[in-house]
Design a protein around this ligand. Sequence first.
Ligand code: GLN
Length: 415
Amino acid sequence: MRTPIPDYLEKILDVVRDEDGGETAGYIPELAAADPERLAMAICTTSGHIYSAGDAEVEFTIQSISKPFVYAMALQELGEHAVGKVVGMEPSGEAFNELSLDSFDKRPVNPMINAGAIAVNQIINGEDSSVEDRVEKIRKLFSRLAGRELTIDEQVRDSELSHSDRNLSIAYMLRNYDIIHDDAHDAVTSYTSQCSILVNTRDLSVMSATLANGGVQPVTGERILTPTACRLTLAVMSSAGMYDAAGRWMSKVGIPAKSGVAGGLIGNLPGRLGIATFSPRLDPQGNSTRGVRFFERLSHDMDLHLMSSDSYDAAGVRSIARDGNRTIIRLQGMVNFLAAENILYELAGEPLGGEEIILDVSRVTEINRVGRRIVKEGLRRLREQGFWCGIYDPEGLVSNLKYADGTFAHKVESL
Ligand code: GLN
């Protein structure tokens, strides 16, 4: 049985495909020329299950999505105190390229916009590091996070460097206040190289899932970042990741996120999921137009808002047991999107024998709208494979036994 999750993702992609507002980033010629029709999404669970749809293998430059990862790296290398000397952890509510400093101590306040990110980039590998060594260190860490060797798009980097007066002025301002000490041009080259690392949507979902997983890459199992560095980074992303749209984003979508001007967008549900989308047209805040729509839909359809009381994690399957020609699948706990994903992942991997499949939901405490939809779809797919499928539901939790195609699951009166 194939789990229905990729089909749901395809469906949401089709819904957002029509959304063609916004434009590719105009201030970097190479990005302005990107194919605006590209569209991809991927999610990676902290158990390492990856689902994707659309152009998920197409590469693009990471841009500002590099900021949370380099910030986490700095926290890990130098500790919160040393990082706090060059950058605060407040949402600035400003555009990404704002010449912005705290009016009192002249530090950049937000590590998720350029001023803060240029300051953070400078402390990686020591202030005296050459640009090459620092960038190589960042590229290597990103490669481990993605689980494959990543490269730098030198054309995009050079294209941006030839139009970087704005970032140069930020670097001069940081030098003026003694926050950074390198030559301004070198500082911007170092930061722009970090932004020019090539990733695909699938990579970003895994990188984001590593942050969600306390620093252990969920596919390779490698510990890359400390839980503290991840926790602090996610905390900053939750309030400051979407520039001047950060507050609205948190209330409407409720998923800590970070966007980049090449069209990437990552979202993060701590302990559960890394999510990534790619679509190059940007809204006035510089966030991917379709990406924003996609996250709004996903959060609503799958009940993923961080502040929603039924978005917590749940195991789902209690046991799978064979009894004569029946396989009995016992579910447990709260069945939400995350539990349903887990249930169907297990069922898709398990060779189910016999002729009958009974889903026993008598130990389920609650099943929400999306949990019910996904689990029933799984059962319908098992029926398509030739199994007789029934639900044992003495409390009437599933209430409506109708499948998406209008047919019904059988009700089992006793076990
Ligand atoms: N390299 C870009 C810049 O500094 C990154 C900005 C972004 O992705 N928002 O302008």
